[in-house]
Design a binder for this molecule. Structure first.
Ligand code: IPE
Ligand code: IPE
Ligand code: MG
Length: 237
């Protein structure tokens, strides 16, 4: 990395292409998910090094529950096992760990382990690592809208005063800055119901590299491209 580059505060990644990575090698899809964990490690380390403050990863969508049961179970086990093995790394590197998504669908033991990890890393502040798990943008927005409706049910006349910032605070990402950069691997160019509200002014980086092959160098390439973007937010210079 060159010096004095504009570093995004929040980088978010749609980690895609694990299945294709495995298929190319004649392996089961799950092998791609396993290898993808190595990319998570590499990108987390690179984020700390670059001074990125928030790294968020789309690991499992609400729609992914509809995959074959064996794959869903394998992903749940992978999540369960990986979290515990990473705790020491998180503590050593000052990483705060958060899981955001629809928790009502998690098993008891998984939920317990997530809560333990979050509590153990709560006071770390070098990098916040967010795992979007059982997440979808529409689910997030709809949940926030329902909360808002409940809060204002008794005084509906006040609803006109609700601002976008008020709405931010009802989303699961409350307190987390919107992503400056959203990366999607594997050549797909879509959001797949990811951060629909929060990504309103995100820059996008699409790469054909499959997630298990996306490591340190690919990450720095994306940061480099980001640093050359002109973010106008609808204004003129
Ligand atoms: C991304 O890889 C991981 C998850 C969505 C859980 P995929 O499993 O979607 O891999 P492809 O897109 O089928 O190659
Ligand atoms: C998006 O990938 C979800 C995650 C990376 C967790 P998918 O592979 O599920 O998305 P589609 O089906 O290609 O849109
Ligand atoms: Mg995919």
């Amino acid at each position: 990395m060159e010096e004095n580059k504009r570093i995004p505060v929040h980088v978010s990644i749609i980690m895609d292409g694990n299945g294709r990575w495995a298929r190319e090698r004649g392996l089961e899809r799950v092998a791609g998910h396993f290898e993808g964990v190595e990319s998570v490690r590499a990108v987390t380390e690179a984020s700390v090094e670059a001074g990125v403050r928030y790294l968020s990863l789309f690991a499992f969508s609400e729609e992914n529950w509809g995959r074959p049961q064996a794959e869903v179970e394998a992903l749940m086990h992978l999540m369960f096992d990986t979290m515990a093995s990473e705790l020491e790394t998180f503590l050593r590197n000052g990483i705060r760990f958060l899981v955001l998504g629809n928790r009502s669908r998690f098993s008891g033991p998984l939920l317990e382990r997530i809560e333990k990890m979050e509590a153990a890393t709560a006071s770390n502040d070098r990098l916040t690592l967010v795992l979007f798990f059982s997440y979808s943008g529409k689910w997030d927005i709809l949940s926030a809208a329902k909360r808002l409706a409940r809060e204002y049910a008794r005084h509906p006349e006040d609803i006109e005063g609700v601002t976008a910032e008020d709405f931010d605070s009802l989303l699961v990402t409350a307190g987390i800055p919107d992503p400056d950069l959203i990366i999607r691997t594997s050549g797909e160019k879509r959001l797949s119901n990811y951060l629909l509200w929060q990504g309103a002014y995100s820059e996008f980086h699409f790469t054909d590299t499959l997630w298990p092959d996306f490591r340190r160098e690919s990450f720095f390439e994306a940061l480099d491209e980001y640093s050359k973007r002109d973010r106008r937010y609808g204004k003129v210079k």
